[in-house]
Design a binder for this molecule. Structure first.
Ligand code: GDP
Ligand code: IMO
Ligand code: MG
Length: 427
């Protein structure tokens, strides 16, 4: 059985929390795209863990975690995360963590170019996390990237780094007018990283296939979200990978027939970090209320997240693009205390109503959200243990989400901890 967990909005929906909750019943947990631009906060054993590259399943002692080929790996970030987890008393060895030999490696020049290109874009910057994600995926698709398997072969790595650095240094010097990077420094450091990581490296597609064939339960943990997808997101204000369910096959090396179900994680409202369009964004005190109450500050960069009402046009879009079989609605507790809650059910565009998310950002800029109003609920929602315990108005809100999207809700999350999770139906 394999289950995919994806973000249905602009990231930070609570994928880490939901993955951690579902991981209890899984054998293998897999990351298939993105890199350490992700920030997944999980509260378990009364501790708060911040994960960036390692699947949220790592907090259990008996799960196998896989970093698939579609992920871009910053070896330093990975080694630091392993160290951090070990210091927290979590075992991390190659019985618990495997890294794909086909994954691409984030190099120091990727991070530098990420920063320099953002600076050059000026007011048109994307607001990236600065982790070198875009430049690394660029090299992958340009077919000049360095893969994990290349790191293991000193001669191959030497050659590839030499060729790459020549071009990158020219770019850095001539286009961005910045300081060149030193070959020996990078080469020596990365050879050291390879030595430290080598025991974790394998053909993870084979491991995954064998596990599925043996009947093991596999959980795929998405990073980012549908509207940050390079194809389906608000391009160019997107990341450079495929967070949608379609990304699972390419990013982990399994066929589509091996995926059974897809859970879309969706906040009870919307947030976005970084630049780009956001039709239901709130610029008033309600937006501030949600930000403070929901502690909407980035796990990776600490930036304040932009907050707004739930946008069902987006959720329906995510449901279609990823073929969602159920929804996990998170942070419904954050909305407690608001008298009225709005939900966007369509956009007014050039005198008509549209319900499909447009491709063109210029069209999107012309869209005005159409809202349906709901009565709010009180703080008692945080204590809810079952669906019946939920306030009536919250149930009405949830029912409306199901009816509009045509996707049933399997999980309602009413707080950040494992215990604050209500299973409504089959996920
Ligand atoms: P991810 O990137 O999708 O894993 O989400 P983040 O971890 O970046 O952001 C979600 C934040 O909300 C984290 O701090 C979680 O601990 C927290 N969280 C998750 N679910 C809930 C919930 O139902 N209620 C509340 N109050 N917090 C939640
Ligand atoms: P998780 O997994 C929210 C955003 C950045 C920026 C854009 C491109 O925690 O949900 P990048 O560094 O990827 O080139 O930045 O994507 N972004 C995220 N926003 N959650 C994330 O991950 C994100 N990862 C990238 O803010 O707008
Ligand atoms: Mg996050």
């Amino acid at each position: 059985m394999s289950l995919v967990v994806i973000g249905a909005q602009w990231g930070d929906e609570g994928k880490g929390k939901i993955t951690d909750f579902l991981a209890e019943g899984a054998d293998v947990v897999v990351r298939y795209q993105g890199g350490n631009n992700a920030g997944h906060t999980v509260i378990a054993n009364d501790k708060k863990y911040k994960l960036h590259l390692i699947p949220s399943g790592i907090l259990y002692d008996d799960k196998l975690c896989i970093i698939g080929n579609g992920v871009v790996i910053d070896p330093k970030a990975l080694l630091d995360e392993i160290e951090y987890l070990k210091n927290e008393g979590i075992r991390v060895d190659n019985k618990k963590l495997l890294i794909s030999d086909r994954a691409h490696v984030i190099m120091p020049y990727h991070k530098k170019i990420d920063a320099l290109s953002e600076k050059k874009r000026g007011s048109k910057d994307i607001g990236t996390t600065g982790k070198g994600i875009g430049p690394c995926y660029t090299d992958k698709h340009e077919r000049t990237g360095i893969r994990i398997c290349d790191l293991l072969n000193k001669e191959v790595f030497y050659e590839r780094l030499k060729t790459n650095l020549e071009v990158k240094n020219r770019l850095i010097r001539e286009i961005y007018e910045d300081e060149e990077m030193n070959f020996d420094e990078i080469y020596n450091t990365y050879i050291e990283y390879a030595e430290k990581l080598k025991d974790f490296i394998t053909d993870t597609s084979v491991v995954l296939y064998d596990n599925i064939k043996e009947g093991k339960k596999v959980l795929f943990e998405g990073a980012q979200g549908t509207l940050l997808d390079i194809d389906y997101g608000t391009y160019p204000y997107v990341t450079s990978s495929h967070p949608i369910a379609g990304g699972v096959c390419i990013g982990s090396g399994i066929g589509p027939t091996m995926i059974d179900r897809v859970v879309g994680v969706c906040k009870a409202y919307t947030t976005r970090v970084g630049k780009g369009p956001f039709p239901t964004e709130l610029f008033d005190e309600i937006g501030d209320y949600i930000r403070e109450k929901g502690f909407e500050y980035g796990t990776t960069t600490g930036r304040a997240r932009r907050c707004g009402w739930l946008d069902l046009v987006i959720l329906k879009y995510a449901a279609r693009i990823s073929g969602l079989t159920s929804l996990a609605i998170t942070k419904i507790d954050t909305l407690a205390g608001l008298e009225k809650i709005k939900v966007c059910t369509g956009y007014e565009f050039e005198g008509r109503v549209i319900e499909n998310f447009p491709a063109s950002l210029e069209d999107l800029a012309k869209c005005k959200p159409i809202y349906e109003d709901f009565d709010g609920w009180d703080e008692s929602i945080q204590r809810a243990k079952t669906y019946e315990d939920l306030p009536e108005n919250a149930k009405k809100y949830l029912k409306f989400i199901e009816e509009y999207t045509g996707v049933r809700i399997s999980i309602v999350s009413v707080g950040p901890e494992r215990e604050n999770t209500i299973v409504v139906g089959k996920y």
